[in-house]
Design a protein around this ligand. Sequence first.
Ligand SMILES: [Fe+2]
Length: 624
Amino acid sequence: MKRFSFSPASAGVATMTAAALVFTSQVSVPVLATAQTSPISRMVLQPGSKESSVIVSWRTQGPADKEVLEVTGPDGAQTFEAEEKDGGAIAYVSNYATATGLKENTEYTYRVGSEEGGWSEPETFNTGSFGQDWSFVTVSDAQIGVDADIKGQTEQWNKTIGNAVADAPQASMIWSLGDQVEGWGATIAQYDGYFSSPEIRNIPTNALPGNHETYPSDLVMKHYDEHFINPNQEPDLRDFYFERNNVLFLGLDTNASSDADIERHAEFMRKTIENRGAFNDWIIVGMHHAFFSQGTHYTDGDVTKLREKLAPVMSELDVDAVLSGHDHIYTRTHLMNGLEPVKAPAKRGDVLAPNDGEVLYITTTSAGGGKFYDFQGEDGKKYPNARMENMDPALPHESTAIWRQDYDEDYMVVDVTGDELTFRTYNANNPNLVDKVTLKNNDHAIADPREEKPTTPAPATTTEVVTTEVPTTVTTTETKEVPTTVTTTLPAEKTTKTVTSMVPTTEEKTITTKVPTTITTTKTAEPSEPSDPSKPAKPGEPAKPDENCDEGSAGASASSAGSSDGSSDDSCSSSRGGMIGFLLGAISALIVAGGVAALDPNSPVRNNIQSMLDSLYRMYTRLF
Ligand SMILES: [Fe+2]
């Protein structure tokens, strides 16, 4: 159900303290009219290489040593050292830091800065589920600054993101598919408008480079490089990847579109998907330039070349979906096998079951509303205000299944499960569903042998051998001569006479008693919690010893020395108490047995009992 309510995250943006708030007439969305305030500005939360990590970047007024990211969760606060990211932009310093070892479905508070340079206001985020079922939001082309309307597009950008997050509060990531700013004009003010969105400090947001990040000079891309820290980025190409739950995301910088660049894109995708693809249920590629759309860029030279050379690679690598912007008109393709559509009747709500090599391409429209492109047909002509329902079926491209141009901003919510990937695209300003399409999975993930898989957590147990002394029952057989009565038959003259008398004889007597013995058992115990969240304990990894308990355990049984179970003080005391109880019981049993044995000073049982009492006494002295 689509909702239009102001997100709680938007309401508590402490970084807006000196900023003027502007409210639209339709939805109460606050919009910054100025940049974030000093000493920290342009702070943005971003996804790390895995769902258990986040990256935060920020800008300070000047150089400051020991800038850190401080993250506070249920286990306390941790600090992560910052690095400067100097992309060549001037007049300020950009820093970033990576927090690792985060736990799923956990609320964290964070701030950045230093004692010397000052601190940001605290912000929060929730890691969300690390399982197979989760959601993320995509937007594209905020393009703040078109026609110099920075204020208007900043307002709309905030409104689009605010409504998207209100509609999908479970979303744990935002993907911005390029052209965050116009570039031409007041670049710094444009970026300030983009960073004014409060949601990008509460939900990890990754941003792709678009063509407008290159206009009018590389200064705009320098800002991009300093603020957006892409995980696993290639050394000299802005292609990168990260994994989140059960999805492998690849980002391509399609500004690089020479023949050599395109070959490098292909190499990067082959390498990444070969290494990581099998360990994820889904492979999604994001790039700014759309291979297939009904916008005017469809026939651009760079787009045509990218499409013809890389669409076959997408199919070769079994990519599931490709998400793009750039054309400012919503377009969903048929399943594409390379450049060939798998044509089928299309409607909103389609559920598609792709075969190997069949890829879905979706192009989203503008999130900032600076401009929209008219439908452009196969004939190369533009058709303003055209609707798909009334369009001559010969005019859309063969690849197009669904398209819509309502000259209004959109956002897309992507719902992920292990079996289905559903893309819901909404008008950002009203409750209208633009399109919905679901992909069925035909290629589930396999377990990753190199690391813990959050979707299939390893059994939370470790196995260790514990040696201890326990009471047991032994049987001793004693042979003893005792007086007894026998009957003897004596011969008599011509008669038989029976005489009964007492004679010594031998009797076997069995004495059963309890004696201490040593046995070895194997037990399964919960692994200890790692003290360093950045280094979570893995199956088979020894847990940290509990020094206080270890000493007592070793004393209780010499054969168990060196083993440590990481148990708490309570369990340690409980173990000692159990041993004391055993000793008292064993001693009592031996005293009783000893009383029986005392009947015969030469009994071997008596000697054994004395030896056992000595052993118990030694155990007692070790315990105390
Ligand atoms: Fe663009």
